[in-house]
Write a protein that binds this ligand. Sequence first.
Ligand SMILES: [Zn+2]
Length: 272
Amino acid sequence: MEDEAIKVDVGKIEGEEVAKEVVIAPEEEVKHVKEENIGKEGWKPKTSLGIKVKNGEITTIDEVLDKRWRIMEQEIVDILLPNLQTDLLLIGQAKGKFGGGQRRVFKQTQKKTSEGNKPKFATSAVVGNENGYVGIGYSKSKETVPARERAIRNAKLNVIKISRGCGSWQCGCKEPHSIPFTVEARCGSIRIKIMPAPRGTGLCIERECQKILKLAGIKDVWSKTLGQTRTKLNMINACFEALKKLIEIKAQRGYKETTGVVEGRLETAAKE
Ligand SMILES: [Zn+2]
């Protein structure tokens, strides 16, 4: 009897503790916000582009991107590019403990005022469908959750199309596992050069750029960077600028056939 009584007591205490933790955990709030965003059936478009998308006049994201229309509402991207994956980039670092410096999602900054220190949180997000479309976004807020939501929203508005192919002379398999040619870009002191690599190489590039390339659908790449690569925001921007050039640079006639270039998603290329 005594044993049973003790067990019940322990169970009660454990249960109470768990319940308290659930109430305190901030992740619950995040889930609610996400569910609201996904379940937006009653979306009322405000821009002419949004109205066209909702009426079904525009059915592919290529139509929007090729005509260089500006996307002002994230629902447009949600409809035209389903199965988008999101990832947060580590642009900040821990302060204080154990020397600090551990990479964090949120970059914390403070403004000194007469009322005290006013902290702000900045974060950077990347979205992509692992099939030729990718976007990055940056946002800053007094709280962490709105900063993250807005960063993801900005990333969706910034979506671009990239071209993939096999530009490696060691491989020549004509399949879109790498990039068709070398691209270079710069931001701040950083110069980044992304080069095609043979199948099975992996992403030989800095870790945050790996996340961007992975969501873009590139599997093998070599790279070279110069400058202060620890300045992650510049690093990310330089990487994204380089990816933009994949579609901007016009290749020689016949080059696209020899390297098997695929622009955007694979399904549309197969139909053509
Ligand atoms: Zn190849």
